[in-house]
Design a protein around this ligand. Structure first.
Ligand SMILES: O=P(O)(O)O[C@H]1[C@H](O)[C@@H](O)[C@@H](O)[C@@H](O)[C@@H]1O
Ligand code: MG
Ligand code: MG
Length: 292
């Protein structure tokens, strides 16, 4: 039987510095500059040349060391590559999570990288560049923020979600009984559950690359992750609830109104037409969110 290679994520302060220096200097130097912006599936789904440049840098650096590995990269998929999660070692990359924030210089932009083997996430890294916060976790070895252990069990009633292209008025307004926050980056949104800063995060319409890394960070911090209908989490379903406990997650599942969302690993042509139909229907409505 082939020896299963063990992959260790050794994130030392030195790696942190390396990671910061290498990947995000491009993002941080572009953050203040004028940007050439292109619209993808909706006005809330943008891409810049920096998104594409950082993804290419990450993939070529990893491919030099692991030529056999596979990749699911947000901008490679946008350029037509299929989303195919197999048993092969696979890197799931969002080069800039929060591109709308990046374009508007709203200081929440993150690089999100997850690594899976046999479809199981071995480790995840979310680096919130402007905040200089490096969230990371390795399966069975805990979750960390800038080297300090994370624990998700501080109970409050803060719920994090996104009220963007994919949301529906009924969904966000049904949460009026909570204090709701939205940072504009799914990866950093979800990491707030791992820090205990939020009780729960839910999202319908995000993609696997948005939350693949933050999912293991929440789990390793002692949180739970499930589908918005309370069933087992499926990274390709584009529906997620992350919470500090199953009780909180099930409470959110009872009030979230799901709407149809094509799976990430559906054929690209189907996914595009679905996005167009979603765009036709998705009316990001302003709803007054109730602050407790
Ligand atoms: O900035 P992205 O990598 O495109 O991810 C965004 C997504 O585009 C947007 O629609 C929302 O779901 C955000 O929460 C994501 O971070
Ligand atoms: Mg993203
Ligand atoms: Mg992105």
């Amino acid at each position: 039987m082939s020896r299963r290679r063990l992959y260790r994520l050794s994130v030392t302060s030195q790696t942190h510095t390396l990671f910061v220096a290498h990947e995000t200097s491009v993002i941080l130097s572009a953050f203040q500059q004028q940007k050439e912006v292109r619209l993808k599936s909706s006005p809330a789904d943008l891409v810049t040349e920096t998104d594409q440049q950082v993804e290419k840098m990450l993939i070529s650096a990893i491919r030099r060391k692991y030529p056999q590995h596979r990749f699911i990269g947000e901008e490679s998929v946008a350029a037509g590559e299929a989303v195919e999660l197999t048993d092969s070692p696979t890197w799931i990359i969002d080069p800039i999570d929060g591109t709308v924030n990046f374009v508007h210089r709203f200081p929440f932009v993150a690089v999100s990288i997850a690594f899976t083997v046999n479809k199981q996430t071995e480790f995840g890294i979310v680096y919130s560049c402007v905040e200089d916060k490096l969230f990371h976790a390795q399966r069975g070895r805990g979750a960390y923020l800038n080297g300090k252990p994370l624990c998700s069990d501080i109970h409050r009633c803060v719920v994090v979600t996104e009220i963007g292209a994919e949301s529906r008025s009924i969904t966000c307004c049904v949460l009026l009984c909570y204090s709701v926050r939205a940072l504009g980056t799914a990866a950093v949104d979800m990491c707030q559950v791992a820090t205990g800063g939020a009780d729960a995060y839910y999202h319908i319409g995000m993609h696997c690359w948005d939350i693949a890394a933050s999912t293991i960070i929440v789990l390793e911090a002692g949180g739970v992750v499930m589908d918005t209908d309370g069933s087992e989490f499926d990274m390709m379903s584009r529906k997620v609830i992350a919470a500090s406990s199953s009780a909180v997650a099930n409470g959110i599942a009872q009030v979230v109104q799901a709407f149809p969302c094509r799976r990430d690993n559906e054929a690209a042509s189907k996914r595009k037409c679905d996005t167009q139909s979603e765009r036709a229907v998705a009316q990001p409505t302003a709803c007054v969110l109730h602050e407790l």
